[in-house]
Structure formats: structure tokens, C-alpha cells
Design a protein around this ligand. Structure first.
Ligand code: BJW
Length: 252
């Protein structure tokens, strides 16, 4: 069935606060693989080795090399039309907050103004020995594997939340604040199985928000979503924004 853009636009009409909740499928059309499903990252790489603290301690050089390759990939790509459409939505609603599980930084790069990165950011690093704040390091050619702290000589780690690690408390708080009084949440390109992140769309629903899902296939969110638009983020989001603008009377 073709995505029902009119119904989606109707649900969004008059919304004062919209939350955009995204996962790896959002970046798929820019060329970044998802984690799960055919061709997914976990088919080719070991989550135990690359996405746990134990794996990092076993072989920190391997983890840094993998992340350097991902940095190079992300640096070389362009956010697709769906990203641009999300940024455009900021002009259509009083408040748009993006809550993402993605670490690639593409939302901010495409102009999103308020972004909560629940699983960290590949362009940030922090010292594993000192309990300090992460900092930006946008190098795509790393000086050594593994990376070490200039201050204490300890291991540096990517500022990414691995399995079994707690999410940053401030990010959880910001995500809670975003969803608790939003009118609509757009749930885009996530399998919605990794917790606690996957709990946010349901929390929004319980607080009275309309849930619109955008995905190429059904997920656990589909069961409680008010509307599912099946298609790629790159196709669906621009079409949705065209419909929103048409209803506002400022379509191109
Ligand atoms: C498209 C598309 C297109 C494709 N357009 N759509 C039971 C209950 C609660 C928790 C647990 C539990 N059992 C185990 C846990 C713990 C675990 C967890 O949830 N595991 C599940 C797998 C079961 N959670 C954790 O460990 C979290 N921490 C935690 O719980 O801490 C507790 C704690 C508290 C106090 C002290 C100590 C501990 C942390 C989770 C961190 C997740 N990190 C990762 C890896 C990062 C590594 C790296 O990148 O280097 O983050 S896992 C991976 O999954 C990544 C993602 O952010 C995350 C979510 O995946 P996402 O984004 O949904 O992607 P996919 O691939 O799954 O789905 C893609 C979707 O896109 C699909 O639906 C496609 O159909 C769709 N799609 N193309 C639109 N073009």
C-alpha cells in the first residue's frame, strides 16, 4: 500500500512539538549499513569484539581501526534528501527535537538544531582512565592504534555506548523531556529492539503523542503506531514535507 502522506500530514497539523526519533535505517540511504538484517554490520563484524567494553579491552587497536574506517566513510558522504527534509521541518513546527541512536552526526550536519545522541558520537573521544567529559576529535587519519590520552597516557575510547553500558544520564533526561510533552513522534529507521532507547516511542505514545513510523518493514513499533509509512527514509520524508507544505499553502 502506498504511504498515506495525507493522513500523516493531518496528524502533524497543528503540532507544536515534534520529536524525530531515528536509528540506523535513517542513514542507510546515505550509504551507511544498518546493524541488523541482511547485509547488516553484525553479519560481518562481531558485536562482542567491537561493541562491548570487554572487546575493547581485549583488543583496543582493532576497535580504533574499525572506528577510523567508519569515520572515513562518514566524512566522505552526503546526508540524503530525507535529512534535508527533517531540517526543513524545523521551519514548519514551533519545536522539533531529534533523538537519535545514530553516532554518525548526520542530523547536526544537515541542520538539525536540537539533537540528543543517545548512543554517543563517533567524532568524540574520551579517556577511559579519567572520568572526564568527551571532546571533539574529527581526525579521519588517527595517529596511533589504539589512541592514548595526552594527559595521563591511558587508553582513549570512542564516545560510543557499547552493549551493557549505561547511557549518559543527561541524554536520558533530555530524551525524556523531549518525548513527555510532544504532540507527534516520527520513528524512523529503527528496529526498536535495543533498550532503553527503544522505550522512548512507547513513552511518547503513553503520554498522548501520535506515533508515525517510517521504515521499510514492520517493527515492534508498528503494533502501537498510529500510522506506518512503509518506504525508505530518502523517499518518504521529502514526500511528507511536500504534503505538509502543500497544506500550509507554501508548497513549491
Ligand atoms: C530502513 C532503511 C531505509 C533499513 N529507510 N528504514 C532486555 C531489556 C532491556 C535491555 C536489554 C535486554 N536485553 C539486553 C539488554 C541490553 C541491551 C539491549 O537492548 N540489547 C538488545 C539487543 C536486546 N542494551 C544495552 O546494553 C544498553 N545499555 C544498557 O542497557 O545498560 C544497562 C546498564 C545500566 C546501568 C549500568 C550498566 C548498564 C546499551 C545499548 C547500546 C547500543 N549500542 C549499539 C552499538 C554501538 C556500537 C558502534 O556503533 O560502534 O548502537 S547496538 C546498535 O543497535 C547501535 C544502534 O544505535 C542500536 C539500535 O539499532 P538501530 O538503529 O535500530 O538499527 P538496526 O540495524 O537494528 O535497524 C535498522 C532499521 O532500519 C530496521 O528496522 C530496518 O528495517 C530499517 N531500514 N533501511 C528506513 N532506507
Amino acid at each position: 500500500m502506498a504511504p498515506d502522506y495525507e493522513r500523516a500530514a493531518e496528524m502533524l497539523e497543528g503540532a507544536r512539538k515534534v520529536v524525530v526519533f531515528t536509528g540506523a535505517g535513517m542513514s542507510k540511504d546515505s550509504g551507511i549499513d544498518t546493524f541488523r538484517g541482511p547485509g547488516g554490520i553484525w553479519e560481518r563484524f562481531s558485536a562482542q569484539d567491537l561493541a562491548t567494553y570487554e572487546g575493547f579491552i581485549r583488543d583496543p587497536a582493532k576497535v580504533w581501526m574499525w572506528n577510523e574506517a567508519r569515520r572515513q566513510q562518514v566524512a566522505g558522504l552526503t546526508p540524503h534528501a530525507g535529512y534535508v527534509s527533517l531540517a526543513e521541518m524545523e521551519g514548519l513546527f514551533p519545536q522539533v527535537v531529534t533523538v537519535t541512536q545514530n553516532i554518525d552526526g548526520l542530523h547536526a550536519r544537515s541542520g538539525a538544531s536540537q539533537v540528543v545522541e543517545l548512543h554517543g558520537n563517533i567524532w568524540k573521544v574520551r579517556c577511559d582512565a579519567e572520568d572526564n567529559e568527551p571532546w571533539l576529535d574529527e581526525r579521519t587519519e588517527l595517529p596511533e592504534y589504539p589512541m592514548h590520552c595526552d594527559n595521563c597516557g591511558g587508553l582513549l575510547r570512542p564516545h560510543i555506548v557499547w552493549f551493557g553500558e549505561p547511557l549518559d544520564r543527561k541524554d536520558i533526561l533530555d530524551a525524556n523531556l523531549a518525548v513527555e510533552d510532544c504532540d507527534v513522534i516520527l520513528v524512523i529507521g529503527t528496529s526498536a529492539i535495543v533498550y532503553p532507547a527503544a522505550g522512548f516511542p512507547l513513552l511518547a505514545k503513553q503520554r498522548g503523542a501520535k506515533v508515525i513510523e517510517i521504515n521499510i518493514e514492520p517493527t515492534p513499533v508498528t503494533e502501537y503506531a498510529d500510522l506506518s509509512l512503509f518506504g525508505t527514509a530518502e523517499e518518504v520524508l521529502p514526500a511528507l514535507v511536500v504534503e505538509l507544505k502543500r497544506r500550509k499553502g507554501d508548497g513549491d
